[in-house]
Design a protein. Structure first.
Length: 326
């Protein structure tokens, strides 16, 4: 393979963390934020570059990992998101070609989120945005988010939908049981819950006609399609004269959705996604620094697919999405 670009790689700012600690109206308990940090997440320089070089990673797509700046009171949120984006831009520019950046957006207001996306794309060359969870449990099909999605289509950049903590009411009903609270959190988190949450959000966007209104909107999701993609053909059995949609559910998945492993290097899921999505809609991701995999490059290099498919998945699809040259 000529190049490898990994797409779900995270960064967190110590400066912004210190600001957040002084804010009393934060509606997400701080322990939920800082418990998710990992060594290296607050570093975007030589240490990370050394890791990338030793693992055959030519470039990472950086995203801001904390959900809090995006969900605070709007004036504070705008300021902190701009601070995060300015900081990532400043650090990334020191390593040309090694880092692409997703904007972090104040999605308490769809119009303000759209404005910040446009600023980051036009001023810094950011390649899209990552949304880390929904705002106050509003689903993504709500009109609240539509200005952001419309702006993403206008700018021709993707929006990455990343999992976050499931609505506590859903956790209580579906994931709590006769086991420890920690087990409940894991079950509702990366065990199953947050994958279904993102997957259901994507299907809601389809059923609400978002992709009929914005046919060229590009959405990226991780973890091999967040579970629901495995039922796309079953969902095609919902009649279009009932749903009112212009296309089958599987058509939206195959046209508008791009998936990656998020460090879950499972052969069976990879094969399924190759069959259902095709190599044009698969990218590669490690979930650094939460996952650090010695085989992040060799797994793809040694997989039994054509060299042209490997090149698409390793870097070609990302370069096309981001409008960058190899």
């Amino acid at each position: 393979m000529q190049r490898l670009i990994t797409v779900e790689e995270h960064y967190n700012s110590v400066k912004i963390d210190n600001i957040i600690k002084k804010i009393n109206d934060c509606d997400t308990p701080l322990h939920l934020v800082y418990a998710n940090n990992a060594p290296g997440v607050d570093e975007l320089g030589e240490q990370r570059i050394a890791y990338m070089n030793s693992h055959g990673i030519d470039a990472q797509v950086i995203s801001y990992v904390s959900t809090i700046p995006a969900t605070l009171e709007l004036d504070i949120s705008i300021e902190l998101c701009q601070t995060a984006n300015n900081e990532m831009a400043q650090k990334a520019i020191a390593y040309p070609g090694r880092f692409y950046v997703f904007a972090h957006l104040p999605f308490g207001d769809g119009n303000e989120a759209a404005k910040e996306l446009e600023r980051c794309v036009k001023c810094f060359g950011f390649v899209g945005a990552m949304i880390m969870g929904h705002y106050h449990n509003l689903p993504y099909d709500d009109e609240h988010y539509f200005p952001l999605f419309a702006k993403a289509q206008d700018l021709d950049v993707p929006i990455y939908l990343h999992p976050t903590r499931v609505n506590p009411k859903i956790t209580e009903e579906y994931y709590k049981g006769k086991w420890s609270q920690q087990t409940t959190e894991l079950f509702a988190g990366f065990g199953v819950g947050w994958h279904y949450d993102v997957g259901v959000q994507v299907v809601r966007m389809m059923l609400a006609g978002i992709f009929d209104r914005l046919p060229n909107l590009k959405i990226m999701i991780g973890h091999w399609g967040e579970l629901v993609s495995f039922y796309m053909h079953r969902m095609d059995e919902m009649p279009q004269n009932v749903t009112g949609l212009k296309r089958n559910i599987s058509d939206y998945f195959k046209k508008n959705i791009y998936v990656n492993p998020s460090g879950m290097l499972y052969e069976e899921q990879f094969k399924y996604c190759l069959i259902t999505f095709g190599s044009d809609h698969i990218t590669w991701g490690e979930d650094y620094p939460y996952r650090k995999l010695d085989n992040i490059r060799s797994f793809l290099e040694n997989f039994d697919i054509s060299e042209s498919d490997k090149e698409k998945i390793a870097h070609g699809n990302i370069e096309k999405l981001f409008h960058v040259k190899s």
